[in-house]
Design a protein. Structure first.
Length: 146
């Protein structure tokens, strides 16, 4: 097996590994690096889920706590992130089981991002929205909730 290609020309390595798999030449597969890359692909999907949720929650916070600055742009960002989140979950249904945990994990980042963008420091310390609200296409928080 040629692990030097993995370090020196990743694209060539990927093509070589795919060709070896298709040809059934399993004895020549770079199994260690192949396994690592497959794991990384899964982590990439998880990072995308976290990123979508962070942006979505940040904009929900901005929408709720800055009612005088609400804009079509914020509304469209919320819609876009929900659509992208829905697509990601349709393509990776196993990520659904970790949504609540992921929201809890990324909320401090969404809170910090909202604070940085608004200059406000009044956002709740725990996520004020339910999972159902976050993913619901109809939900937009109003300023009377807090």
């Amino acid at each position: 097996m040629n692990t030097a290609a993995y370090e020196n020309d990743f694209y060539a390595w990927t093509q070589q590994q795919a060709n070896l798999l298709r040809a059934g030449q399993f004895q020549h597969i770079d199994w260690q690096n192949l396994a690592a890359e497959i794991e990384d692909m899964g982590r990439s999907e998880k990072r995308q889920l976290e990123s979508r949720l962070e942006i979505l929650i940040m904009h929900l916070l901005k929408w709720q706590f800055q009612p005088n600055l609400r804009s079509r742009s914020w509304e469209l960002t919320i819609k876009e992130q929900r659509l992208r989140l829905e697509k990601l979950l349709q393509e990776n249904p196993s990520l659904n089981s970790s949504l609540a945990e992921t929201i809890e994990k990324i909320y401090p980042l969404a809170n910090l991002s909202a604070e940085r963008e608004t200059g406000l420091s009044l956002f709740p310390k725990i996520c004020p929205y339910t999972l159902t609200e976050i993913v619901s296409p109809e939900f937009l928080p109003d300023d009377s909730k807090y």
